[in-house]
Design a protein around this ligand. Structure first.
Ligand code: ZN
Length: 219
C-alpha cells in the first residue's frame, strides 16, 4: 500500500499490490491449517499494482499456492508432498505387508509358526482377508525375482514412507518384523540382517535398531 485516504469514514486503499489467482490443478491433500484430508485447488498468481482497485502495472508472478477448500487458507505447494491420512494408512499397510514377506523370506521357515504370526500381523495391519496361501504365493513370486528381491522390495516400500513417520511409528514397523522373526524365540543371522535393512530404510540409526531388537527379545 502506498498511501490511503479516508472516505466516508472508511479507509480506502488507493494503491496496493493485488494478486489475481487462477486455478491450475486440484486434488486432495492433508491441510496443515485445519488438520485433515481436504480438497485443494492449486493456484498460480500474477501480481499487479492496483490503483483505486484497478490493476495497472504487472509486478510479476506470485509463488504458486494450494488453497484448502475447507479453511480457504493458502499454503506453499510443498504442503502437497505430505500424504493424506488415507494415503498414509495405505502406505503403512503396504509396509507391514512387505516387512512380513521379507521376514518370511529371510526365515526360510515357510510352514511353521512364523507364517501364522506373519498372517496375523498382515491381517492386523489392514488386510483382514490375508491367508497363509496368499502369503506363500507372494513369497514364491518374490523369491523367483532373485535373492536380492525381498530386500529391494522392502527398501522401495519403506524409504518413501520414512520421512512421514515420527519415531514411534518407525519403531513400531521394525518391531512388527521382530515379532515375526521371534516366533521361534530368537533371530537367525538372515532375519537379523533383514531387520537391519528395515531399520536402515526407516532412517533408524544402526545402534537404535540394535537396541530395539535386543529389547524385543524374550527374557
Ligand atoms: Zn484447511
Amino acid at each position: 500500500m502506498v498511501h490511503s485516504r479516508s472516505q466516508g469514514g472508511r479507509k480506502l486503499r488507493v494503491a496496493g499490490i493485488r494478486t489475481a489467482w487462477r486455478v491450475v490443478g486440484d486434488g486432495e491433500f492433508y491441510c496443515p491449517g485445519c488438520g485433515g484430508d481436504r480438497c485443494y485447488q492449486q493456484l498460480a498468481g500474477r501480481r499487479r499494482l492496483a490503483v483505486l482497485g484497478v490493476p495497472l502495472l504487472s509486478r510479476g508472478a506470485a509463488d504458486p499456492v494450494a488453497e484448502c477448500a475447507s479453511c480457504r487458507d493458502h499454503f506453499p505447494v510443498a504442503a502437497l508432498a505430505q500424504p493424506t491420512t488415507v494415503r498414509l494408512a495405505a502406505l503403512l499397510r503396504d509396509a507391514v505387508h512387505a516387512i512380513a514377506l521379507a521376514l518370511l523370506a529371510a526365515g526360510g521357515d515357510e510352514s511353521g509358526p512364523a507364517l501364522e504370526t506373519a498372517v496375523d500381523t498382515v491381517r492386523g495391519a489392514g488386510f483382514p482377508d490375508c491367508s497363509e496361501d496368499q502369503l506363500l504365493t507372494l513369497l514364491a513370486a518374490l523369491k523367483a525375482g532373485g535373492p536380492a528381491e525381498p530386500e529391494q522390495e522392502l527398501r522401495a516400500c519403506l524409504t518413501p514412507l520414512a520421512p512421514h513417520l515420527a519415531g514411534p511409528g518407525r519403531e513400531n514397523l521394525l518391531l512388527e518384523g521382530a515379532r515375526i522373526a521371534l516366533t521361534n524365540g530368537h533371530y537367525s543371522d538372515a532375519e537379523r540382517d533383514m531387520l537391519s535393512v528395515i531399520g536402515g530404510s526407516l532412517g533408524l540409526a544402526p545402534e537404535e535398531t540394535d537396541r530395539l531388537l535386543t529389547a524385543a527379545m524374550p527374557t
